[in-house]
Ligand binder design. Structure first.
Ligand code: CS2
Length: 479
């Protein structure tokens, strides 16, 4: 049988580049890029995207042989739909040529720089939101204006080039799951700029724009099995394909330099004045329960989210979390119905066509917990409400980062703080001491939360149950 040919880009005209996007991972390819391609198809505009990998060559090596075209596969329980996306103009790998990246970002034709670099890419303290000036990449970038390593370093040095050349700044639009990501990003950019040059900082303060966004589409990492299934279905090999759920929601604060942006609103994005309530709803209702299912589901031996929620005890746990502990802390955003939103989430988690691994979501918990679970904990404590489900989720994370599963096998814990977390976990055999050592890590736990006796006690009790009974039985017994 002949092998399938590789996907090739069509010869449709290419839009000029108007966006530089840092982080061309699966989420960007399943979400931002198709939205932008649709906006161009509907309303035109020079909004081609130059993407930049900040570290690995992997995505460039997959996309370039295909002319940067790739397939986005929409996987519904009743079947798949495939779209070939042709909006990426090129992929640069920053460490190979940081100058080329800076030049691209400084080009006045580029109006927007956006990011999907995951939480840790912002080099901030997750508990406070402040830039980590002693982060090795930030310390490096403050001294090396021509060869930055971090996204923030690239953004500020490129903004400086634009200022010195007399151009307007680009809009910097973060698209990661961070609380209030616009103001947070403005804060880390300003922290860097102030440390670099007060005049530059004043210019960014005056002219810079940092729209907040809420982004949502479940997009598991692509596997070799996905590539093979696509080849069977479509008759070509696409090494850069992405698999995603049908649902998508993009809420964008309409605050762009010179009002210049693609017509995302024309293709379903919500352009609003205030994103914060949408972001809080999404981080707490979706990502909070996603992380809960990831840690406890992994410990219980479940490979994917769909497998985990197929266990009625886990579905019951997150239903109770939404009802009793999460939605009471979330103001209802305009046009949303919180309980309907959560019911739809459960449906989305059940989608059997989406194989989203618990291990993948469990990654980088130190960067995720504050906005997904701990803010919700703090609000409940302040209101005098109990936190049995949230405490169990936090205890599940603690058990997970301990690095040994319930059968005694090693867990491959991926987290920028993995070594610190493990050292704290291993610092004592006494569970209370262990938990005290973890709670003392103030990149994750704000000191007043760590000191709260109700919280400490609830987490300790849940942790003891997990160790004693295992995750499956503990979730089964959850009331
Ligand atoms: C997930 C998110 O990996 C994770 O931590 O919770 O990537 C989640 O799938 C998206 O935020 C959904 O929009």
């Amino acid at each position: 049988m002949p092998a399938e040919p590789n996907l090739q880009r069509s010869d449709a005209p290419r839009p000029k580049v108007g966006i530089v996007h840092l982080g061309p991972g699966a989420f960007f390819r399943a979400f931002n890029a198709p939205f932008t391609a649709e906006a161009i198809a509907k309303s035109g505009g020079d909004w081609g995207i130059l993407t930049v990998s900040l570290r690995s060559t992997d995505i460039r090596d997959k996309l370039k042989p295909q002319g940067c075209a790739y397939t986005a596969a929409k996987l519904a329980p009743e079947g798949a739909e495939y779209t070939i996306v042709e909006v990426i103009d090129d992929v640069l790998v920053a460490p190979e040529n940081p100058q080329a990246v800076l030049e691209a970002m400084a080009d006045p034709g580029v109006k927007i720089v956006s990011t999907t670099i995951t939480e840790k890419g912002y080099c901030h303290n997750p508990a406070t939101g402040d830039l980590l000036l002693d982060h090795p990449d930030i310390a490096h970038d403050l001294k090396n204006s021509d060869s930055p390593r971090s996204a923030i370093g690239f953004v500020v040095h490129a903004l400086n080039r634009r200022r010195l050349a007399g151009h307007a700044p680009f809009t910097f639009m973060p698209c990661d799951n961070l609380p209030n990501n616009g103001p947070l990003t403005r804060g880390v950019v300003m922290g860097f700029a102030r440390a670099l040059d007060p005049e530059l900082a004043a210019w960014i303060e005056q002219f810079g724009r940092f729209p907040a966004t809420m982004v949502d589409r479940i997009t598991p990492a692509t596997t070799p099995t996905d590539i093979a299934a696509l080849a069977t279905a479509q008759g070509y090999i696409d090494n850069a394909c992405v698999m995603h759920e049908p649902f998508r929601q993009w809420v964008i604060q309409d605050d762009f330099v010179g009002d210049e942006r693609p017509d995302w609103g024309g293709v379903g994005a919500q352009l609003v004045r205030d994103v914060e309530a949408f972001e809080l709803m999404k981080l707490r209702c979706l990502n909070g329960t996603h992380s809960t299912l990831a840690y406890l589901g992994y410990l219980a031996g479940y490979e994917t989210i769909a497998d985990t929620v197929a266990d009625p005890a886990f579905a019951n746990l997150i239903n109770a979390l939404w009802k009793n502990e999460i939605t009471p802390t979330v103001p209802q955003p305009e046009g949303e119905d919180l309980m309907a939103y959560c019911a739809a989430l459960l449906e989305r988690y059940h989608n059997p066509a989406i194989r989203h691994r618990t291990w993948q979501i469990a990654m980088d918990g130190s960067q995720k917990l504050p906005q997904r679970l701990l803010g919700t904990v703090a609000d409940n404590l302040a209101a005098g409400r109990d936190i049995p489900g949230l405490a169990l989720a936090v205890a599940g994370w603690m058990r997970y980062i301990g690095g040994i599963d319930e059968k005694g096998a090693a867990i491959d814990v991926k987290d920028p703080l993995a070594d610190r977390l493990r050292a704290a976990y291993d610092s004592s055999d006494d569970p209370e001491q262990k938990i005290a050592a973890l709670l003392a890590i103030d990149d994750v736990f704000a000191p007043d939360l760590a000191a709260n006796a109700v919280f400490r006690n609830a987490v300790t009790q849940a942790f003891l149950r997990l160790v004693h009974d295992g995750a499956a039985a503990t979730v089964q017994g959850f009331r």
